[in-house]
Design a protein around this ligand. Structure first.
Ligand code: SF4
Length: 490
């Protein structure tokens, strides 16, 4: 049996995946190896996932972003599902979770794995429920069968809801919103019906054996995450976290990589506390957070409420951020929602990297600022996180080509453009000096920046995958028919 990344790292071996990660992160391969060996970072890389461009998730590396996709009962078209993957990668997802619950799940998963340059994650519990017909009908054998099959197919990481125990359930009784994790509610119902302990907890070591064989990474599900500000940081959430710490150490003992999932809904002043507590309880295993949403009052804008929490979590040490779209709590996201959600989360991740002074992370900001001050509109668009959106908004009022040279835009207008006024003042014989920040030689050179790949434009680029600009992908058909996302709740 081939070794897992963590087993190789512990023996002192630098794998090809570690070398590729080091290149993408601009770090020494030995540093990558040490982080993986210590369980402080994971490289989700199932050895059956041939199209993968390896990446790393850990608090010492650039913050990563996950997007959820997947079908429902109503959609099972392979091209539509592939389009969802493409949309997510195009707009900068570092990993993609396939949370499909419809039909043709195996074909869709295999198609995703065949094409995806980013790690694919799943929640095998969903397929088990689908096959069993209801949560109560699930059996331990079925769970293991589904997990093993998905591992053989090449899934890189799986959410396993093994941390919710029978003794935790009464702790949720006084909550405002109960158990909001899909997987958590399924396991709670199973335990209530059977009067037994969580089967995923019972067979955890057997799951470890399967994961070790195929090098699948655990994403330990936080089944009791708060679904409202009122329920944040309660006894139920933290009791499960203690179990997740125990499961983390058991996975490591089996040479299996682990990351741990986190909330949810948390008020802003308690986000850092959540990260710090997870890091302590789980001995520094990477924290993969959903948002968190810092207020409950803004359905329709939850990509914003959650990106605020996500940036705070990244600053505090979260390693990966699971995106939330504007449709959270409301419906299935469309392509524009996926684009908006990923933009919000790429911003949150980058803001965290700048605040944490990741090598070269701020160079991107400086390059954009220089182009902006120089009124180099084309360069500002090219460097933007979403170039098409930036150009579209500018051209909505000043579309003609000559305005690409203009020393103003329509926001303040020519007379009140502060940057133009500032430049003119500096050009006069006064006490202010002219700035050289945007001049050719004084400008930031992104080509030689020590920044990790995700902290430099363009986002969503992968060496090992032939990802065309989305508008050039005839194979994906009419984008307007696609349903790129799914709800983020797992
Ligand atoms: S007009 Fe206002 S917003 Fe536009 S470039 Fe000048 S200062 Fe910036």
């Amino acid at each position: 049996m081939a070794e897992t990344q963590i087993a190789a790292a512990r023996e002192g071996t630098i794998t090809d995946e570690m070398k590729r990660v080091a290149e993408r992160e601009n770090r020494e391969p030995e540093f990558v190896r040490q982080q993986v060996a210590d369980g402080q970072a994971v490289i989700p890389a199932n050895r059956n996932h041939d199209a993968l461009d390896p990446m790393i998730i850990g608090r010492e590396f650039a913050t990563k972003v996950n997007a959820n996709i997947g079908n429902s009962e109503e959609t099972d078209d392979l091209e539509t599902e592939l389009q969802k993957l493409h949309t997510a990668v195009h707009y900068g997802a570092d990993t993609v979770m396939d949370l499909g619950t419809g039909s043709r799940l195996d074909e869709i998963r295999e198609t995703h794995l065949e094409h995806s340059p980013v790690p694919i994650g799943t929640v095998p519990l969903y397929e088990a429920v689908k096959r069993a017909g209801s949560p109560e009908e699930i059996t331990t054998d079925l769970l293991l069968e589904v997990i093993e099959k998905q591992a053989k197919q090449g899934v890189d990481y799986m959410t396993i809801h093994a941390g919710i125990l029978a003794e935790h359930l009464p702790l949720t009784d006084g909550r405002k919103t109960g158990i909001v994790s899909r997987g958590g509610s399924i396991m709670a119902k199973w335990m209530e019906e059977h009067g037994e302990q969580n089967p995923l907890f019972q067979v955890y070591d057997e799951i470890c054996e399967v994961f070790a064989e195929h090098d699948v990474t655990f994403s330990l599900g936080d089944s009791l995450r708060p679904g409202s500000i009122a329920d944040a940081c309660d006894e139920a959430q933290y009791a499960e976290l203690d179990t997740l710490g125990e499961l983390t150490r058991r996975a490591w003992a089996n040479d299996v990589q682990v990351m741990v999932e986190g909330p949810g809904h948390v008020p802003l002043h308690r986000v850092a506390e959540n990260v710090e507590r997870q890091q302590e309880v789980c001995d520094g295993a990477p924290f993969y957070v959903l948002g968190p949403l810092v207020t409950d009052v803004a359905p329709g804008y939850d990509h914003i409420t959650s990106a605020i929490g996500a940036a705070t979590a990244a600053r505090a040490g979260a390693a990966m951020l699971c995106y939330v779209t504007p449709k959270e709590h409301l419906g299935l996201p469309d392509e524009e929602d996926v684009r908006d959600g990923l933009a919000a989360y790429r911003i949150a991740a980058h803001a965290g990297d700048v605040a944490n002074e990741r090598p070269g992370a701020r160079d991107w900001d400086d390059a954009v600022s220089e182009a902006r001050y120089e009124f180099d509109w084309r360069e500002q668009f090219r460097l933007a996180l979403d170039p098409d959106r930036a150009r579209e908004y500018h051209d909505a009022t000043l579309p003609e080509d000559n305005y690409k040279e203009a020393r103003f835009c329509s926001m303040c207008g020519v007379e009140f453009c502060s940057m133009r006024i500032d430049q003119d003042a500096r050009a006069d014989d006064g006490g202010m000096e002219e700035l050289e920040t945007g001049a050719d030689d004084a400008g930031t050179d992104l080509e030689s920046s020590p920044a990790a790949e995700v902290n430099r434009p363009p986002v969503g680029v992968h060496d090992s995958a032939d990802l065309l600009p989305i508008e050039d992908c005839e194979a994906f058909g009419d984008e307007s028919d696609a349903e790129p996302g799914t709800a983020s709740d797992d």
